[in-house]
Design a protein around this ligand. Structure first.
Ligand code: M6R
Length: 624
């Protein structure tokens, strides 16, 4: 939550009005706006000025850029920018970042939550600091000012400040005494460095600077970084130098653009076949055996595990639910799926024989990160399925399996979900190979089926017009979703998409649960999506769902059925059918979820809502 950008580089000449530092920061904020969009602000340090110059504005980034057009900032050699998701203090101009201190010579931006802010605030007020906002961040600004007065050096002051803060934070600061310098610190919150030619960058993620450079440095936990136009210095909080880990971003700026689509979500749905194909790429050796090189966990250890626990939040947790069906079926090892924040705060039974699988698109979700640490403290090995390179969860996990979905900008997860499913299938098949619970030819057959899925997903996308039309006509205040087996997590995901995008009541149920209560919700005209399993799968499962459709239709439900091509048994009971290509049961979520994503996207668009940035949400939930 919150997007952070920092830049150090040459100022334009007097004749040059391009203002590169400010332009870079605004462009970075535009790309990071998906992380939070309550308010935005920038600060620049022009050489030979007595004060930092800043502008900040509540609302979306456009409010800030309009303000900058009316009240321009001076040309500078360093700039910082922030796009906010409010935690402490409402989304007002005053609470927007940057926050100034030291008589306006110092500016600070922050992502995270400073848990001991109340106590620090009292101390600082007693010492004479004047607070202008209700934020926890302003405490860091005044604390940094105090430490700067003692140390006379911004990096040293940042280290001293960071050591006094509890909670999670990324901080960036500029000071008029060091006009071409930006200093950053991170603890449990993301920050990456971009390396340019005669200029350097800082960002919450690489999207902040990928249009300028794809060369990046990972920052570790509890590190302070100082950038100038031609230097990057990294230390730990004690001032010991740290050897940085460089990497090259494997996507370019165009991947983070809308590319002609109405919204990022439309584009990301269109990207789904590629996201699945890329995630499958290069995972087998010449003999066709699965080779998950990045896994870094000894095969002997994988043979000893007696339980798998999947931890994740939101959509990623639903990918975990599907993984449970596949892994238990292929590997005969019990799999539990738990929301990361619930796992973390109960007393889970895990041991060195437990494999914990953490699924996260961003790799920064605080609940999942805390659960990862908790599992490791109990002796479990953690394997991360993550989309974002350079993020914290894969760095701290014992093993990683990257999804290759490319950047996902829309707050609602779509292509990352399909890539997570794909990675989970790969993991299940790999465990079956290592543990010998499937014959090699059986594994090869599933892999062959998986390789056919991108074309099938494309077919669903290509036939999306009917579901779009139904979405545009939908006037109900509530939509229900039913599924059995792997259709159940798909139902949950369909409901989540509709809630977060269209703000209407939506609930997913296991179809078998219907008569245990939820059927009471069904009244004449109630729209109910039903995900019907393949009739070629387990016979009884298909027949049971057909019975469920009859039961709700008898009570007046309007049935919107997702069924496999050729499944004529659904026709008498369906008000609408959305056909998906025939697929093996365990892999079918890769196609059955797509109409539900399209439905939610279209319904929200038709209602004039902001599909990419739904209210109250942010892409990465980096606070607990
Ligand atoms: O980055 P993560 O995969 O860890 O994020 C987990 C959830 O916050 C995320 O899936 C969220 O539920 C999405 N907004 C759903 O569309």
């Amino acid at each position: 939550m919150c997007g952070i950008v920092g830049y150090a580089g040459p100022a334009g000449s007097a004749a040059d009005t391009s203002q590169r530092p400010l332009d870079v920061v605004i462009e970075g904020l535009r790309r990071l706006e998906y992380r939070g969009y309550d308010s935005a602000g920038v600060a620049v340090v022009a050489p030979d000025t007595a004060q930092v110059s800043s502008r900040k504005k509540a609302g979306k980034l456009v409010n800030l850029t309009d303000t900058l057009a009316a009240e321009p900032l001076p040309n500078a050699t360093a700039a910082i920018g922030h796009t906010r998701w409010a935690t402490h203090g409402g989304p007002t101009d005053r609470n927007a970042h940057p926050h100034l201190a030291d008589g306006g010579k110092l500016a600070v931006i922050h992502n995270g939550i400073i848990e001991n802010f109340a106590q620090l605030r009292e101390e600082l007020i007693a010492e004479g600091s004047r607070f202008l906002s209700e934020t926890d961040t302003e405490v860091a600004a005044h604390l940094l000012a105090r430490e700067y007065r003692l140390a006379g050096d911004l990096s040293a002051a940042m280290r001293a400040t960071a050591k006094q803060l509890d909670g999670a934070f990324t901080l960036l600061a500029v000071h008029t005494d060091a006009p071409g310098t930006v200093v950053g610190a991170r603890h449990d919150s993301p920050l990456v460095v971009g390396l340019g030619e005669d200029e350097n960058f800082l960002g919450s993620d690489v999207a902040a600077f990928v249009s300028s450079t794809r060369e990046a440095l990972e920052l570790g936990q509890d590190q302070v970084v100082t950038i100038t136009a031609d230097d990057v210095t990294i230390t730990d909080f004690d001032g010991n130098p740290v050897e940085p880990s460089p990497y090259t971003v494997d996507w370019d700026a165009s991947a983070a653009e809308k590319g002609g689509y109405r919204t990022f979500m439309d584009k990301e749905i269109a990207d789904e076949p590629q996201a699945v194909a890329q995630t499958l790429l290069g995972r087998t050796d010449r003999a066709g055996h699965l080779q998950l090189d990045e896994l870094r966990i000894d095969e002997a250890l994988l043979r000893t595990i007696d339980k798998i626990v999947v931890i994740a939040c939101g959509t990623a947790a639903y990918a975990g639910h599907v993984a449970k069906y596949a892994i238990e079926h292929w590997c005969r090892v019990p799999v539990e799926v738990e929301l990361a924040h619930e796992f973390r705060y109960r007393d889970p039974v895990v041991s060195e024989k437990t494999l914990v699988v953490a699924i996260s698109q961003s790799g920064e979700t605080m609940d999942t990160l805390m659960a990862v640490r908790h599992a490791q403290e109990q002796g479990a090995k953690v394997l991360a399925i993550v989309n974002t390179h350079g993020s914290t969860i894969p760095r701290e996990a014992d093993a990683v399996l990257y999804t290759h979905a490319g950047p996902e900008i829309a707050v609602a997860s779509t292509k990352a979900f399909l890539a997570q499913l794909t990675a989970a299938y790969l993991l299940g098949l790999y465990l079956a190979q290592v543990r010998g619970t499937k014959f090699p030819d059986e594994i090869a057959a599933v892999l062959a089926d998986l390789r056919e899925m991108p074309a099938k997903i494309q077919a669903v996308i290509d036939s999306g017009d009917r579901v779009r039309m139904i979405a545009r006509w939908m006037d109900s205040r509530s939509v229900l979703f039913l599924g059995r087996h792997v259709g159940f997590p798909v139902a949950l995901e369909g409901a989540l998409k509709l809630k977060e995008l269209a703000y209407i009541h939506a609930e997913g149920f296991a179809a078998g649960e219907l008569k245990h209560g939820p059927i009471a919700l069904v009244e004449p005209g109630q729209p109910v999506f039903v995900i019907v399993p393949s009739p070629r799968g387990r016979d009884s499962l298909h027949a049971k769902v057909i019975s469920n459709i009859q039961e709700i239709r008898a009570r007046g439900a309007r049935t919107l059925v997702i069924a496999e091509e050729g499944d004529e048994a659904v026709l008498p009971y369906a008000d609408e059918v959305f056909w998906v290509p025939q697929s093996p049961t365990l892999l079918s979520p890769l196609v059955t979820v797509v109409p539900l994503q399209i439905f939610a996207c279209e319904l929200a668009t038709a209602r004039g809502l902001d599909v990419d940035q739904p209210r109250n949400l942010a892409k990465s939930v980096t606070v607990e």
